[in-house]
Design a protein around this ligand. Structure first.
Ligand code: CP3
Length: 380
């Protein structure tokens, strides 16, 4: 059997419930946060339906992405604000998700300050001269978003204008200090994270200075996105699960918590996500993030126990399951919804990014199923 075919419009948008005001911004520097369904679920408030979006929802699984994207590097696409805005909106139109995630990448800030990072298709970020010693810190000057990455805020403004008055949130994001540092130190994707671990254990002062600079860059990058209209922020610490709890607490959590605190002061909810973080979920829950992203390895009811009652959870359908027959996808989606239960604070997502070979029709059908059957915090 094939998946539902009716996944062509933003059916989740504008469900007649912009959901009240709920600005919550203390400093009045950020625009008022519209309390969309996603924002409400992040804050563990009652919702009309379970919100759903997909990490890496823009990308090669969509034919319209491949058509619009052209042949250049993804960093060139990010530098073109109107193209980035279009790529951000494509999955909203196609799937009816409750959020757009700004089309960008976690290495955009370090690329913009001239560290020498490129993204190789099929491989990921690669660094010509990796970070090796304290003397490399000077290659990481502070980010000035308006000067260094003007297209990012411009794209966010274009998307926010398009989404105004709908129930679709705009998610801004940055790479967390550890995950960005891992690329700078390893020089590219790694299986062992040996060099980055050698640095943190062998030269802790240099390590702390490195993650401190990356935290300041991430905060500036996220503040620019929030000022331009992002209403939720996700910090991707994708590779944190390769660390022990002791390493995470000592070498990673402080800088991560600082970024999350800086964003929280702008009045938007925050999501902290990593892969393979089962043993770190309790620590991640102390970071200050409102929502803890969970991969597929930990069942969501167990993840809720580890995270505790005062944080929301996001996840956690295995992206590989989306390639199975629809009956399997539907059963696994229902299992996630069952384990999320009726307590407030569940954002449906995959456990990691959409795989390029995914049938877009399957994702549209998952959205419809989650909207129809999700119970977490849903008003009767
Ligand atoms: O739809 C979205 O989620 C928004 C776009 C987005 C991209 N990168 C665009 C992109 C997001 C959220 C990211 C975050 C990102 N980038 C992460 C964290 C998420 C995760 O997967 O854990 C990481 C680790 C990166 C670094 C990176 N950039 C990798 C590993 C790759 C894949 C390389 C490849 O070709 O397989 C990239 C490139 C990249 N970033 C692509 C996209 C759509 C694919 C390449 C392209 O279309 O040119």
């Amino acid at each position: 059997m094939t998946a539902g075919t009716g996944a062509t419009g933003p059916t989740g948008a504008g469900a007649g419930d912009p959901g009240g005001t709920g600005t919550g911004a203390p400093g009045a520097t950020a625009p008022a946060v519209t309390a969309t369904t996603l924002v409400r679920a992040c804050r563990r408030q009652p919702v009309a339906h379970t919100p759903v979006w997909f990490m890496r929802q823009a990308g090669r699984s969509l034919p319209e992405y491949r058509a619009a994207r052209g042949a250049g590097s993804i960093l060139e696409a990010v530098a073109d604000a109107s193209l980035a805005a279009e790529l951000t909106l494509q999955p909203v139109r196609r799937y009816g998700v409750d959020a757009a995630i700004l089309f960008s990448d976690i290495v955009v800030p370090v690329h913009a300050v001239g560290f020498g990072v490129e993204i190789e298709q099929g491989r990921g970020p690669v660094v010509a001269e990796p970070f090796r010693a304290a003397s490399d810190l000077r290659r990481l000057r502070p980010l000035e978003p308006d000067v260094d990455v003007p297209s990012v805020a411009e794209a966010a403004r274009l998307v926010a204008a398009e989404l105004a008055g709908t129930d679709v949130a705009l998610v801004g994001f940055a790479g967390a200090p550890f995950t960005v540092a891992s690329y700078l130190v390893e020089g590219g994707p790694s299986r062992t994270f040996a060099r980055v671990k050698a640095l943190m254990h062998g030269e802790p002062a240099t390590w702390e200075a490195l993650v401190d600079r990356l935290a300041t860059m991430a905060s500036a990058f996220l503040a620019a996105q929030v000022r331009a209209g992002a209403t939720v922020v996700q910090l991707f610490d994708s590779w944190a699960g390769w660390l022990s709890p002791t390493e995470y607490r000592r070498f990673v959590l402080p800088a991560t918590a600082r970024v999350l605190g800086d964003v929280a002061a702008l009045g938007v909810p925050t999501i902290l996500f990593g892969v393979g973080t089962g043993e770190l979920l309790g620590l991640m829950a102390t970071s200050g993030a409102d929502v803890i992203g969970v991969d597929w390895r930990v069942p969501l009811d167990e993840a809720r126990r580890r995270v505790g009652p005062d944080r929301a959870v996001q996840g956690n359908l295995d992206p590989a399951i989306c390639l199975a027959p629809w009956e399997v996808v539907a059963a696994e989606t229902r299992d996630v919804l069952d384990r999320a239960g009726a307590a407030r604070g569940h954002v449906f997502n995959l456990g990691h990014g959409v795989l390029p070979e995914t049938d877009p029709g399957v994702l549209g059908a998952v959205v419809d199923l989650v909207h129809a059957e999700g119970r977490a915090g849903v008003r009767p």
